[in-house]
Ligand binder design. Structure first.
Ligand SMILES: [Fe+2]
Ligand SMILES: [Fe+2]
Length: 327
């Protein structure tokens, strides 16, 4: 497995149990609580039996699109972590500091698990490692050549995109477009945590004086770049797959993709809502979805509860209990 030094240090933090703990402030502000935990979950077993075309009805378009999204996540999430961490010492609110620490912890686990899943996709014939390396190189160049506030604005914009995608996954039936149950659990876990921490980068950006003008301009650029990259990578990947050339297959699967929740117009409106003056990520109310999926994935009978590390299992149970008593 190829792991970047940055990812190695974040993984070491997780193994030491420190990624979710803000060591600067933990002693000074013992009462500071994050609204979400870091879960040390492993997908080694749930992804057993993964096949190349894992989407529902072996849809090649949806399979390739989701694999290409997965290939950019590890380096992308390391970029988000770098961008938010750059401002951590400027934040004085102890709750936001704790949420920054847990944001870093969650994104670090996402990157680690996506890289492991990407290795399986590579074994199945996708070229995920090449895209991962290129994305890592490109985003490190952005970090090294652009201002920290611009990198944070990019993170805020892309965190909104992932939050919209997450909301779609949490409120629709994932089995309508995802076939393999392990991939469903994986995507729903990532979606849950993206919803849980969707306002952290935004709140840091506002706290350090990030402008509305930069926020909106960067989002417009990101939507163009992200859409072009997702379409380009998916087309490139499909062209390398023999199934694409099987008579009628691409047409059939494109038609099913167009009808799937992935292309719902409601999501485009949610993306563009970001450009509204005084927008805040919590304007999109998703607390009920977070409560529902905490229970379904990490409650006492949760699908992923057996795959949590010991301390994370206790923390998830406490979160689930708190949500149940608040309801
Ligand atoms: Fe993530
Ligand atoms: Fe995120």
């Amino acid at each position: 497995m190829t792991v970047s030094p940055e990812s190695q240090s974040q993984t070491a933090d997780l193994d030491n149990g420190t990624a979710g703990i803000d060591t600067d402030t933990a002693g000074a502000t013992p009462a500071a609580q994050s609204s979400f935990p870091v879960r040390r979950v492993s997908f080694a077993d749930p992804l057993d039996g993964l096949t190349k075309h894992f989407a529902k009805d072996s849809n090649i378009v949806i399979s390739h699109l989701l694999v290409q999204l997965s290939t950019v996540f590890p380096a992308g999430e390391e970029f988000f972590v770098r961008s938010v961490r750059a401002f951590r010492d400027d934040i004085t609110d102890p709750v936001l500091r704790k949420e920054i620490a847990n944001f870093i912890g969650q994104e670090s686990v996402h990157g680690r698990e996506h890289r492991e899943m990407n290795e399986r996709f590579q074994e199945l014939g996708y070229r995920t490692m090449k895209t991962d390396r290129w994305t890592d190189w490109r985003l490190k160049k952005v970090t090294n050549t652009q201002s920290p506030i611009l990198c944070l604005a990019v993170t805020v914009a892309l965190e909104h995109c992932t939050a919209v995608l997450a909301e779609m996954m949490l409120e629709t039936d994932a089995s309508d477009y995802l076939g393999h149950p392990g991939v469903q659990s994986f995507m729903l876990w990532h979606a849950l945590e993206e919803s849980e921490h969707k306002s952290v980068a935004f709140d840091v950006y506002k706290a350090v004086g990030g402008s509305e003008e930069m926020r909106v301009k960067v989002m417009r650029a990101m939507l163009r770049i992200f859409t072009a990259r997702a379409v380009g990578l998916t087309a490139w990947s499909l062209l390398r797959d023999r199934e694409t050339y099987r008579r009628g297959r691409l047409r059939r699967d494109l038609a099913a993709f167009r009808k799937s929740p992935l292309l719902d117009r409601k999501r485009l409106q949610a993306l563009l809502d970001f450009n509204r003056p005084d927008f805040h990520p919590n304007d999109h109310e998703t607390a009920h979805l977070v409560d529902q999926w905490r229970e379904e994935l990490f409650g006492p009978d949760g699908t992923l509860t057996p795959h949590l590390g010991g301390s994370a299992r206790a923390e998830a149970a406490a979160m689930s209990g708190a949500a149940a008593s608040a309801a």
